[in-house]
Design a protein around this ligand. Sequence first.
Ligand code: SF4
Length: 686
Amino acid sequence: QSKSVQATEHTRTVCTYCGVGCNLDIASTNGEILAITAPYDAEVNQGHTCLKGRFAFKFYNHPERLDSPMIKREGVFEKVSWDEAYSYIAEKFKHYKDTFGPDSLAGISSSRCTNEENYLMQKFYRAVLQTNNIDGCARVCHSPTALGMQRTFGTGAATNSIEDLKYTNCIMVIGANPTDAHPVTGAKLKQFAMKSDNVSIVIDPRRTELARYATHHLALRPGTNVAVLNMMMFYIVKEGLVDADFVERRTEGYSEFIEELLSIDLDKLEAVSGVPREEVRAAAIAYASAANAMSFHGLGVTEHSQGTFTVMQIADLAMLTGNIGRRGVGVNPLRGQNNVQGSADMGVQPHQGAGYLDVTKPEVNQRYNQFYGSELPLHIGYKIPEMFEAALEGKLKSLWIIGEDVVQTDPNTQKVIRALQATELVIVQELFMTETAKYADVILPGASFLEKSGTFTNGERRVQAVRQVVEPIPGSKPDGQIIVEIMNRMGYPQPDYTPDGMLDEISQIVPFFAGIRWDRLGDNGLQWPVSPDGTDTKILHEKDFKRGLGYFEFHSWEESQEIKDHGQDYPYILTTNRELEHYNCGAMTRRTANEQILTSDYLMIHPEDASANRIADGDFVCLESPRGKVDVKARITDEVKPGVLSTTFHFPDIMVNNITSDVHDSEAMCPEYKVVAVKIRKTKGK
Ligand code: SF4
């Protein structure tokens, strides 16, 4: 007979999975979590959660949690004390820095970690090791968003909030599948799309769930976002739908932009995109005619060789039609991981320190030097792909990776593995023995979001309090504490990690955090920029852009190098996607009951392609790219068009990234996961 257990505590915190940032109410007793619900007064999620946030939490005390630091000796991991692990690491760091210089060391921080932990990690690399070789997972997801929006507007973050759906008449969702990847926001977008008076435009190669309800679905060939957006803007100009007053008052570069835009080759762009021009024209008129139009974009925009340019076009489209600076409009990237916005805000990128200050500017350098009491370098550090290249060239001696399974999630897996093998000291700070952790020389057991306090910043720039619910499992430590202890071991006097103390420090160096204090966050957080008196900001660019005037810059469509080089021999285009049940590498969700709902990656293939290759539903298909081969089970569906395939990379036994390409965005170096040239054949599987 089961005994009923009553919760003795309720703790309000923030979900660890996606960038929606849902508030959670965690019921616990005696250090055990009983259930998760959502508070009704949460501005982000109003009592709702998704399958991941509410139910996929049992990973936190899973028997496979790492429970001791380990050092690999003669190929075998040996458990060691924290003291021994710290001594080992500090000695090696000092040796590499003295012998090979600071740039022989690099770090990858984690969007799973709090703002305060990310701030500390970049501070450690910059102020203690004196290198700008620090980067994070934004590199492989939304780095083009940050760069593109900074170039056009001056600020690389969402202009508005999700609650603005109440004030808009039109949504444009491009390269995003929010009902799987951002489910609570996805549900709101679906509700919006289903109302008959509303206009919704979905631009996506797949007929996603949202596309099924959309007024306009432009099902383009992967890799042609730039072509379709140029066509849209062409028709807006031709139909006389430009907001001339907004363009005149608020922007620059328009005349050069328009000259190039009006000379696009519509026949060519229609042919390469596979979208009939009349469909594009109708969507363009709908977007430009709406009283208020909001755009939302995801990795189907950024994970392309022209990702940054596409983000700039989405921003151009908003400026062209005056959809900036008020309720119900704007450019709203759907940020992927829970704190990917925050990690970039905190300086986890090699070209900008905490607060997006340019590390190459002498006045910025002086400010950081004074604040950190150190001498920081003036040159930009390695981005993640450059770290791997440097490792393969023998220039990188050490890589410290926190909460990021680069072997499973970064493109061209075998190259990543070779890079880790070529690096003398790989430190992996993790919850589980991930595919990356297997290649570590030192393992440090970190803590989950339920075991620490700090802040996460969601995709709306909302800084929210993360509150500890249970003690870290024995043997592990909160990530911030580990970083502080290593800083101290290296001789840097960093005070102990406390969320209020850390926020006080951050607010002194990050201009848009000036008024953020732990005790001001309340239940619903604050949206940056926050002025010293604590006033936050719902809408960006109301009167001016951060850069003064918004900047129009034309970009013409270019075929991906992957297709140019390999399209002849590998005639199908594989694109990657996410499923509702799992999060990214699946290290957490695969250790919950969600594992039983979706048990493997699968391949979406159109019935015509399946028939041409004699593939039946459930057959294994060998996907071969210039990088390698993987076998994935087929699911025959017309969600994808003929010639286009789609699969996830949640499962390490399949390791889909063995075949993805390390072609990347020309500006931000975000890998092109969305355009992979492959050939296919039926196989028996493993
Ligand atoms: Fe968590 Fe995102 Fe689901 Fe909300 S929508 S519960 S933040 S995974």
